[in-house]
Structure formats: C-alpha cells, structure tokens
Write a protein that binds this ligand. Structure first.
Ligand SMILES: C[S@@+](CC[C@H](N)C(=O)[O-])C[C@H]1O[C@@H](n2cnc3c(N)ncnc32)[C@H](O)[C@@H]1O
Length: 215
C-alpha cells in the first residue's frame, strides 16, 4: 500500500487522506456494488457501510433509496465524505466517526456493505471483524461485499484466502454467493463477491472486546 506499510490507526489513515495518497479511492462507487444493485440482488433497506472512506458507495446507496449509516474512524475521511455529500446536495446519509469494531447501534441493520474495510484491518483483528458484522446485521439480514483475495503488489495490505474469509463469515452467515466478482462481463479473480444471510442464532456475536482495539 505504501513503502512505509499500511496505516493501522485513525491518525495513519487520516494522514493518507490529508496527503491525498489514497490509491484505494476509485473516485466512484465500487463496481461490485453497482453490479449487485443493477442485478436487483440488493433492495432498499437500512444499510451500514463500515470504513466508508470518501463515501462513494454510501452516496450511491442513498441515491438508490437506501437508508444509509456510513462510518470511518478517520475524521478526515468523514470530513471528505461530508464535503462530497454537500456538493451533491445529499443530506440523507448519516456519516459517523466511529471505530467499526466497537460500534454499537441502537438497532442492527438489514444490510452491511463491505468494500476494502476488511483488508484494511490487521490480521489480528479478524475475529473482531467477525463479531462486529454478526452484532450489526439483524438475524435474516444480509452481508454483501467485495473481498480481496490472495496478494497483489500495491493491493490492500491484509488480503486473505477465499477459505479464510469463508471460515470467518460462516459461523454467523449462510453463504448465498461467493464467487469471483464480475463487472460488466469481466471476471476479476482477485476480487470475490460475498452475499450471505445472517443466521437467526450466531456463535460470533457479542460486544467489542479489548483486543478489537488495535494489533
Ligand atoms: C482502504 S480504505 C477504503 C475506503 C472505502 N471503503 C473505499 O473503498 O474507498 C479503508 C478505510 O477503512 C477505514 N478503517 C480502517 N479501520 C477501521 C475501523 N476499525 N473502523 C472504521 N474505519 C476503519 C480507514 O480509515 C479507511 O478510510
């Protein structure tokens, strides 16, 4: 991600946003999200977008009629997302400065959309990620996302194998789709699309643990 290694703190990520050193930012919504929306896999509901960065996905979801809460623990990311929303005249998204792993919502969400939040987390935080998604998606709700698999030069810092990701998600979610992402007919082998339904009872729920706060 950079010669200095990946940023692992809100301050580290914030300095990347301040320096405009954000190669992960596509400047538009994730193609995988557009595909799931256009194919009708995701329908308007109450959605959480963790690690939202500049908010392209959150703004698209609001545009498509979703009730969106988007969070990022880097205040700079949220400031940029709010600026982008203001330039679009979009005031419906609730952007929050929050650590996803310790986020508690008054009510769990119908849908959680993941795009490059998981590979931004140190590998030691993966169980905390699993606990957070189980806590924040209601039973019967949906987890959807694009996960980066394998490793690629300049790619996300903490990629995992398809087996590792599936094993992490399976205690709380019934897999509905897990396949290489297809964008406009092209298969992207390093990006896999996951869609899963939250089991009514899940082993991986519970609150934020002290070990979820950092590597
Ligand atoms: C690689 S960027 C991706 C941003 C956005 N999803 C996108 O696709 O452009 C990862 C983002 O996750 C945020 N992040 C990392 N760990 C987080 C955590 N524990 N809670 C909330 N945000 C986190 C970072 O601040 C950063 O904005």
């Amino acid at each position: 991600m950079s010669a200095a290694g990946p940023p692992l703190t809100p301050e580290g990520w914030g300095s990347r946003y301040r320096a405009e050193d954000t190669p992960w930012d596509l400047g538009r919504p994730a193609p995988g999200l557009l595909s799931l929306l256009d194919e009708g896999v995701l329908a308007p509901c109450r959605v959480l977008v963790p690690g939202c960065g500049r908010g392209h996905d959150a703004l698209l979801l609001a545009d498509r009629g979703f009730d969106v809460v988007a969070l990022d623990y880097a205040p700079e990311a949220i400031r940029l997302a709010e600026d982008l929303a203001a330039t679009r005249g979009e005031s419906r998204v609730r952007f929050l400065v929050q650590d996803f792993l310790c986020f508690e919502a008054a009510e769990p969400f119908d849908l959680l959309w993941e795009h490059t939040c998981f590979p931004a987390l140190h590998s030691s935080l993966r169980q905390g990620y699993a606990r957070a998604i189980a806590r924040l998606v209601r039973p019967g709700g949906i987890l959807a996302g694009v996960f980066f698999v394998g490793s690629s030069p300049g790619g996300p810092p903490f990629e995992a194998t398809t087996e590792e990701i599936e094993a992490l998600l399976s205690p709380a979610f019934e897999k509905l789709a897990w396949e290489p992402a297809r964008v406009r007919g092209h298969t992207r082998r390093e990006e896999w699309t996951y869609v899963g339904r939250r089991h009514s009872s899940a082993r991986h729920s519970g609150g934020c643990a002290p070990r979820d706060r950092g590597p």
